[in-house]
Ligand binder design. Structure first.
Ligand code: ZN
Length: 310
């Protein structure tokens, strides 16, 4: 990361596409990933290894990973819900494997039908499997603390429980934890506070990323709050694709185009060329004409005389 300040991790092909009913053809997914990598994006979460019966949109993840691995200078990330998914991710050769851990146990039981204890056991098994892979080929294995800022089922989530969960995940053998605002409940003060608490518990080097949603319009403010506390990886999705089922008109994840614009305008290098990034939208909008794409910068355009951070 010597030549960039913030790693913008694109999650649209996973978080965005799994939230919509339409299935994007494999070739289009690959064209999107290649174009966005060519625009300078260094990391893309290209899919998830979940049963195709549950998420037909992700059924081609192995093929997408295979193609993405041929893209130069790209970290290929995938999401897995369990050991079975992790085995598929390892077989496919993904560079980075993330597993969501719902701090709200109600959410965990409903989403993956596992209690916290069962999740810690599952995650420890994956960590052991990953540790057995030879060093040069070993994927980076991290756990995302989802519903860390609040849960649609439980409401407020205890910050002490977030911190304790982060510690237990590190004990289970993950390389890193991340904070996820799955529900779009977070506010900037809460982000600052929770990032600091988790950093104090597990060490700054073991929490470098946040996954934020823009459900209530605070996505960019929350990203900035996190960056102010030393976070260096921010997830976002092209065109905020996927939207939010609970908030019509709201994007799902933070919009990549707006995030990159904000960071570059502030002098923080992302490595991404904003004009080339805006062109990538066409690939997605042509293939999914009925899905709304969000973003202010795409609508308003890049300001006259705009210069990337140097
Ligand atoms: Zn998400």
């Amino acid at each position: 990361m010597n030549d960039i300040d913030i790693l913008v991790s694109e999650v649209g092909p996973r978080d965005g596409l799994q939230s919509i009913a339409s299935v994007l053809p494999t070739a289009t997914k690959i064209a999107w990933i290649e174009a966005q990598a060519a625009a300078g994006c260094r990391e893309i979460e290209v899919g998830s290894f979940v049963p195709p019966k549950l998420l037909p949109q992700m059924a081609d993840t192995a093929k997408v990973v295979e193609a993405a691995l041929k893209t130069p200078d790209l970290t290929v990330a995938v999401l897995v819900p369990n050991l079975r998914g992790a085995e598929d991710a390892i077989a496919a050769g993904a560079h980075k494997i993330s597993i969501p851990f719902s701090v709200s146990e109600t959410h965990s039981l409903k989403n993956v039908r596992k209690s916290h204890d069962e999740m810690f056991t599952e995650i420890a098994k994956i960590a052991e499997r990953v540790a057995g892979i030879e060093a040069g080929k070993r994927p980076h294995f991290e756990a995302g603390l989802s519903t860390a800022f609040g849960c649609t089922l439980e409401g407020p989530v205890s910050e002490e429980l977030v911190v304790r969960s982060a510690e237990r995940l590190m004990d289970a053998g993950v390389a890193e934890v991340g904070l996820s605002d799955t529900t779009g409940y977070a506010n900037p003060e809460q982000v600052k506070r929770l990032v600091r608490k988790v950093q104090a518990a597990v060490g700054k080097e073991h929490i470098t990323g946040v996954h934020l949603h823009n459900t209530r319009g605070l996505g960019l403010a929350n990203a900035l709050a996190a960056i102010g506390e030393g976070i260096t990886t921010v997830d976002s999705s092209l065109g905020g694709i996927g939207g939010c089922p609970f908030a019509p008109g709201a994007s799902g994840n933070i919009v990549t185009e707006d995030l990159v614009f904000m960071l570059e305008a502030m002098g923080l290098r992302t490595g991404i060329d904003i004009d080339r990034l805006l062109d990538v939208r066409t690939i997605v909008s042509d293939a999914l004409p009925d899905e709304p794409l969000y973003g202010f910068v795409p609508d308003a355009g890049v300001p006259k005389g705009f210069e990337h951070a140097a």
